[in-house]
Design a protein around this ligand. Structure first.
Ligand code: NOJ
Length: 730
């Protein structure tokens, strides 16, 4: 490895430490184990879940660089914060007694908050954060999540997901920021900046991990961990840019796609992991495998003839750390491969240097106790308020015929449906437990939708429903009650899930829910449809008959309260769809489709388009200007547009700026979001917004697979207006 001309202090420390390490110590740094490997039996319930002898073995004999997860996989659940602080303290203390005192980096899935710490602030999931179209909220979420992770004594967050959600069947759609590249880049980038700050070593900041590099989110059949067939151009245009933005925002780690793209499993893909990620994106941090995925190159993918070959393949492709996770097989095999020269020590040095660098950059070597105290940093009133605001801005009012909403606070309401009285359905996976479904473990201070409605109104509220998602609802009783009330709030959607356990064969709504809805509509009472869930399940028939439709997706712990705020008009909704909401199963054309997808009999005909979302006031955009009208390739244009609140309530509007390259050497999407801004306006107030569209915004992946801005005509679109400009030939 060539020495840098002027090595930074971190680089000097990395190289000095590396020079002292044995091969065993190096290979250990590349090994990540699950907590259960160092845990007492049933560690979940134990006061002290650490088995010191096992921990000693992991650290002194196997030199492990990282531990993940919580006691006890797979039935893990959130722990009290003091327990976490004790667990991680033991690990710190033990590592401090090792020969070179190299700290262990503890990783956790703090996907929408410190998932596995009891009573943490749990935000809307990424799909709902995207619906806020508010990067400032995402930045603040990042700040709060980092603080709560650090107050828990933990070091490293396996978040954000920078996969682009363009396959709605995929059970992790909701972990993404939706179908649009620019939106995901903006929200994800803001989250990372909030989480890491200027200096990742600061006590209240923590490193992030970009997931799941790359192409994981686009399985052809919609099932988790199944093949994607993404050509290199599409990869570069839709799936890489999120990771590129994450690298630019400073994320120091990347987790690898568990599945495969174009026949090559993510963990064996040298082209993606080394040539593109390192060579092109300039990523300097380390890569970590996903769960058990190195061995699966042998056991599942049949790429490697043996576990040993699998380890060699993955490490040589560019995997720096292995989430093994249940044993030391990776350590043993890699050690053997290194000793025999099949994996060069230079490759191991490279991986270990990357890991150590992050450990230095994040201040782990200096840390002798949890970085933050609990008081003032964990579940603060301020954090709860930010979360409430995020939930309010995340909810999408999709339909509101004849101003059905807001509801009067004296109306009598029947609340029914399987998502009306559960917190889990608003939070999704990675909430308290992996699947998020253990309703009994949810903190009682947060209201469900039903409870929030009951708190708001003096009118009579009746509930017909079950205590669990799967409980059968007595349809006859619901119909009888509906007759006696002014309005029905019908809460439908999905139970919680993540990963493979959330696989479905169709986006169709569960037939039992349809049956309930049909029976209610029979009697003609006005219905407000509310949905929760991670995917757009098909609601067309119901939405058609409902007077109002509110799409909640996964608004987090404050979701019930925020939804009731909107139903009764205490909050003016401002969420917009970060995905196209399909009208029928299988019609999953995204908004930024190609012309051919809306040609002749083809149509972009979602139930609700990307960017759709109503308010209790009205906004108009006008006066779109693009200057200059002609530019050279490489130059920018300035866009301005007026937005006015023409209604009678204060509200927030997101102005979306789209671009279309009218003719090009590669077929271009009919439009692509390139800029947006959310503003609050009083009734009658107007603002002129300014945007710059750079050459990057005008570029695409050309015939030679490189980004290019081609001369020709472009069109900027905002609301109903469209203004052309041209890029002149050089
Ligand atoms: C598997 C998931 O795919 C990934 O997102 C997660 O970070 C790891 N398990 C660790 O829990």
């Amino acid at each position: 490895m060539s020495a840098e001309p002027n090595p930074s202090p971190v680089e000097e420390r990395v190289q000095a430490l590396l020079a002292q390490m044995t091969l065993e110590e190096k290979v250990g740094q590349m090994t990540q184990i699950d907590f259960s490997v160092v845990s007492v039996a049933n560690g979940q319930d134990a006061e002290n879940p650490v088995d010191q002898a096992k921990l000693d073995d992991a650290i002194f004999n196997h030199h492990v660089g990282s531990i993940l997860n919580t006691p006890t996989t797979p039935n893990n659940r959130a722990q009290p914060i003091e327990k976490w602080r004790n667990i991680t303290q033991r690990i710190r203390d033990t590592a401090a007694r090792s020969r070179l005192k190299i700290p262990v980096i503890y990783g956790i899935d703090a996907i929408h908050g410190a998932t596995y710490t009891q009573n943490s602030v749990l935000f809307p999931q990424a799909i709902s954060m995207a619906a806020t179209f508010n990067p400032e909220l995402s930045f603040k979420e990042g700040e709060i999540v980092a603080r709560e992770v650090k107050a828990s004594g933990l070091d490293w967050n396996f978040s954000p997901v920078m996969d682009i959600g363009r396959q709605p069947l995929w059970p992790r759609l909701w972990e993404t920021y939706g179908e649009d590249v620019h939106l995901a880049q903006t929200l994800g980038g803001a989250f990372i900046k909030g989480h890491q700050g200027e200096d990742m070593a600061a006590a209240d900041k923590a490193p992030t991990c970009l997931k799941h590099y790359v192409g994981y989110s686009y399985p052809l059949n919609g099932k988790d961990r199944t093949p994607a067939w993404i050509g290199e151009r599409a990869l570069r245009e839709w799936f890489l840019p999120g990771f590129e933005a994450g690298v630019l925002a400073g994320a120091p780690s990347v987790m690898i796609n568990s599945a495969e793209v174009d026949g090559i499993p993510g963990h064996a893909n040298y082209h993606y992991l080394t040539e593109i990620l390192r060579g092109e994106l300039g990523f300097k941090g380390f890569t970590v495998s996903d769960w058990e995925d190195i061995i699966r190159l042998h056991t599942r993918d049949k790429l490697a003839a043996s576990p040993r070959e699998a380890v060699k393949m993955a490490v040589m492709a560019g995997v720096d750390m292995s989430m093994v996770p249940f044993n030391f097989s990776f350590y043993d095999l890699l050690l053997d491969l290194a000793k025999s020269g099949e994996v060069p020590v230079s490759r191991i040095d490279e991986a270990v240097a990357r890991i150590l660098r992050v450990k230095f950059q994040t201040g782990l070597f200096e840390r002798t106790e949890p970085a933050l105290p609990v008081a003032g940093y964990f579940a603060t009133a301020e954090a709860v308020e930010v979360n409430r605001q995020a939930a309010r801005e995340a909810i999408v009012l999709a339909k509101n015929d004849n101003r059905m909403l807001p509801l009067s606070k004296t109306a009598s309401i029947l609340v029914t449906g399987p998502t009306a009285n559960l917190l889990s359905v608003m939070n999704g996976g990675w909430t308290i437990t992996w699947q998020g479904a253990s309703e009994e473990l949810y903190p009682k201070q947060y209201p469900t939708l039903l409870q929030a409605i009951q708190r708001k109104t003096s009118g009579q509220v009746t509930f017909v429903g079950g205590q669990r998602f799967s409980d059968e609802i007595n349809i006859e009783q619901a119909v009888n009650e509906a007759r006696k009330h002014d309005v029905v709030v019908l809460a439908l959607g999905e139970k919680t899930y993540t990963e493979t356990e959330g696989n479905i064969d169709s986006l169709a709504l569960d037939p039992v829910q349809l049956q309930l809805a049909r029976a209610i509509f029979e009697i003609g009472k006005p219905v407000v449809l509310v949905t929760f869930g991670g995917r757009p399940r098909i609601i067309t028939e119901i939405a058609d008959k409902a007077r109002a439709v509110v799409l909640g997706f996964l608004p987090g712990m404050e979701g019930g309260a925020a939804l009731a705020d909107i139903l009764f008009g205490d909050v003016n909704p401002s969420g917009k769809l970060p995905i196209s909401y399909p009208r029928v199963v299988n019609d999953i054309t995204p908004y930024d489709h190609k012309p051919i997808e809306a040609y002749e009999t083809n149509q972009y005909r979602p139930l609700y388009p990307f960017g759709h979302g109503l308010s209790y006031t009205h906004f108009e955009t006008s006066g779109l200007l693009v200057k200059p009208a002609q530019i050279k390739a490489g130059d920018s244009v300035e866009v301005s547009v007026r937005v006015k609140n023409t209604g009678t309530r204060t509200g927030k509007e997101t102005v979306l700026v789209y671009l279309n390259d009218i003719a090009a050497s590669v077929s271009r999407p009919v439009k692509q979001l390139k800029a947006f801004e959310k503003v609050e306006l009083q009734p009658g107030e107007q603002k002129t917004l300014h945007f710059t569209l750079t050459a990057q915004a005008m570029s695409f992946i050309g015939l030679n697979m490189r980004r290019v801005v081609e001369p020709g005509d472009f069109k900027v679109m905002v609301g109903d207006e469209s203004v052309p400009f041209s890029v002149l030939p050089n």
